[in-house]
Ligand binder design. Structure first.
Ligand code: PBE
Length: 310
């Protein structure tokens, strides 16, 4: 009996504590809100510790963000926290759940804009991140002569942001592997697939290596094209590597092709370094984008220039 009433007491104290803390929390929240709405200087920089939450060190958007920090005077003293896309998304989710400020590196196609429907790109008056990006296919020199059917198929591969995102959403939603979802996408989209395979002859076990990057967008495209190549009789390997290694591999012939070159801004430096040593097959997707992204509740921050210097 005594035990039970003790438990109850704990329970009641616990509940009171939760209520008390919740009241404190909402109190400080509304204080913040009044400060913001009264237009007084809420220093977002200070609140986020002058840190942009970024992704992997090997990403093009990481290089581009380092450039932005150099070019925008108001980003003086800011740093880019580099970790992984998964860690960045987790931090973004936590910030959104607490309505706290956060500045992240973001891009489309990606499911982050569906999962969080309150994100906005910051204006970029200096154009560091560019307007729109396209994703290009690059082939190694000699591929056209040596494996003409693979070259033709890769050259004809072309799809939309919505196509790519549908695979990314489905996989992030269900937890199913991108390769499995991509496989199904190929079954469900015979019209697109037949455009890509027009004039492509079947082969018997010719090996082909696609070099790619490890992001979901690129896993989607690589797996879709790999599946179509396999249906044509190719033995396909997908090798996910850093952006720098991907460009090197296509340039020195270690890999046959990539479907993952983001241009004209994201991978500009890598492209420039190697452009004499690969064949540019043009865009396979148009309408991609990269930039700095914040939640919409950061109402006073609409442009990169609205961020305060340290
Ligand atoms: N991304 C997604 C990559 C390309 C694909 C924007 C994170 C990057 O290199 O930054």
């Amino acid at each position: 009996m005594l035990k039970n009433s003790n438990k109850q007491l704990f329970l009641i104290t616990g509940m009171l504590l939760v209520l008390f803390l919740a009241a404190c929390g909402s109190g400080s929240d509304s204080e913040e809100n009044t400060e913001e709405s009264s237009g007084s200087s809420v220093n977002v920089g200070e609140e986020v510790d002058y840190t942009i939450t970024g992704i992997e060190p090997g990403a093009g958007i990481t290089v581009t963000t380092e450039k932005a920090i150099e070019e925008y005077e108001n980003l003086d003293g800011w740093q880019l926290e580099q970790s992984s896309t998964a860690a960045m998304v987790t931090e973004l989710e936590e910030a959104i759940n607490n309505e706290e400020p956060i500045v992240v590196t973001g891009w489309n196609p990606h499911w982050m804009f569906t999962k969080f429907d309150n994100l906005k790109y910051l204006e970029d008056p200096k154009g560091v991140y560019g307007e729109v990006e396209e994703i290009k296919s690059l082939a190694r020199k000699g591929l056209e002569e040596e494996k003409p059917n693979a070259y033709k198929l890769i050259d004809q591969f072309n799809w939309s942001v919505e196509d790519m995102e549908s695979i990314m959403y489905e996989s992030s939603d269900s937890g199913e592997e991108i390769s499995a979802v991509a496989h199904r996408w190929v079954e469900d989209n015979p019209d697109k697939v037949s455009e890509w395979t027009k004039g492509v002859e079947d082969v018997d076990g010719v090996a082909i290596e696609l070099v790619s990057t490890p992001w979901d967008s690129e896993r989607a495209s690589a797996n879709v094209v790999a599946e179509v190549l396999r249906q044509k009789g190719f033995e396909v390997t997908i090798t996910p590597v850093d952006v720098a290694v991907m460009f090197e591999a296509v340039a020195n012939g270690d890999g046959d092709a990539t479907l993952a070159a983001w241009m004209p801004q994201t991978h500009a430096d890598f492209y420039e370094d190697h452009k004499d040593n690969f064949v540019d097959l043009g865009a396979n997707l148009e309408g991609a984008k990269i930039g700095l992204v914040v939640p919409e509740y950061m109402e006073d921050v609409n442009s990169i220039e609205d961020i305060q210097a340290k």
